[in-house]
Design a protein. Sequence first.
Length: 64
Amino acid sequence: MYVCLCNGISDKKIRQAVRQHHPQSFQQLRKFMPIGNQCGKCVRAAREIMQDELMQIPEYQEIA
């Protein structure tokens, strides 16, 4: 599913970037992909996807 229509970024691309780079914040995620830098309507969904994917990573499960 496309999350950011302005830049053509899907939930799969966000999940892949989170698994690969382990961003600590949404700002760090934005360093790896241009998400939320135009209209901003995707920011909430992208944050939720990022958090969901981080919870799937074993080292983050222990912190939560």
